[in-house]
Design a protein around this ligand. Sequence first.
Ligand SMILES: [Zn+2]
Length: 547
Amino acid sequence: MNLRLSILVILAISLTKLVSSQTEKKPALVVGIVVDQMRFDYIYKYWNRYGNDGFKKLVREGYQCKNLQYNYVPTYTGPGHSSIYTGTTPERHGIVSNDWFDLKLNKSVYCTDDSTVSTVGSSTVSVGKMSPRNLLSTTVGDELRVASNLKSRVYGIALKDRASILPAGHSANAAYWFDGSSGNWVSSTFYLNELPKWLIDYNATQPGMKYLSKPWETLHELSTYTASLPDSTPYETPYKGTKSVKFPYNLPELMTLSGGQNLIRATPFGSTITKEFAIELIKQEKLGKNQSTDMLCVSFSSPDYIGHQFGTDAVETEDTYLRLDLDLAEFLTFLESWVGKEEVLVFLTADHGGATVPAYLMDLKVPGGYMDYRNVETKAKVWLKASTGLDNALVKVTNDQIYLNESAIAKAGKDLNEIEQMLADSLLKLEGIHATCAAYLIQRYEYTQGTRSQIQKGYYAKRSGHVMMTLEPNWMEYHKTGTTHGSPYSYDTRVPMLWYGWKVQHGESAQPYYIDDIAPTVSWMLNIPFPNATSGKPIAIPLKAND
Ligand SMILES: [Zn+2]
């Protein structure tokens, strides 16, 4: 070998080394985990009951942000998942709620509705008319796809369509969600025209039936569930067609009463089949075995269904989290055996929290109440009639918002801004209403602090109403059993935030961080652009230095 050639060879080798050491800086796989309705305190409420390889492992070996909050209302699933993965709030990503009223179409629109696409993977027509088209900005996954020139692969998985589609983003390889009618994991023609062969085979095994064919019994002896209220309380909602809220639950019988395999959503086994599917997808698509970083967005939706039905302090909820902890442990163990802890970056958070059942707190003498929105609507119509002379000035009351009839108000020669302000001021007279905002003032950025700034960050003019309101603490629109979420208060806004694996060092932070900080943190770790409408900033997580 002559000298020139040897220099060239040495150069080539060192270049390869440089390139490979650069690519080594990125994890092989990013896994985002969202637990639907998981409050921050659930990490500690059930701490003594968790095993060592699930939540405890994330806390003990990972980095925990103990004060991460949602900074907008409403704290619902669609906006929550969108905000986690886009690094911004509804003000910019446009997913202002799970569904909103479209004044032009004169009907409600679901956040992932898309009439131009169809179901892939089952014959259920409506389940697949879904896509991320209403999401106005890019997700981390979109940025990863573009930055890698589409070499990185991105997938979303969840029982709920919106919890799979919105995280995965627009350019994802696929998002999959559960169709209870067929028992299949399905997608839409937005992503692909047919399911991959492995998934057709997987669906043929009917993965949910294994769990729906036997009763749901508590994981441990019932008397050990001391973090919860007694098994049967007046604060819980029975399954459809039944009256008891006591263990065990006869799932085969409940299935016949409540719409088939969709029952699995409101059992802890919804999380189990989600975990099993996530592992299967990683194996079949060989995620993390690519030259570029792959990403999986997986959401566990069942804790939300169970939280709504039984409340935050039920044995059913505790059992759900104890079982989720086992599923999480199995998932983490799999990820580490698949690519190694140093090659997988995991984060875990929630799309919103959940309120302690107001009826329970009211029994403990805490102020609170249940808002009857029919009464709000009646009162609003009376005020509107008095100030405009119109019977049809109000179009819709939904999601703590009032939509007005702009053209009728204009025809009557009235000033829309004045009407909005009149209504906002009048609503404050009602018991249970805490704050109101007129849309014209939000558009002028009048609100920069407190509850009204949370309303402002959740407002997008083309989809939001004319007057926004929030309720007092411990008030909700609901029934006296079970619970919900959506408020600007910490029980709904404060969620877990755990980072684990790759170069993440152990530690915790009490700093206030916000939900739109997550996506730019992931982008920053991957050295890719922030999602295109990012409003948050990267969280300073201590990382091991590069070699
Ligand atoms: Zn919910």
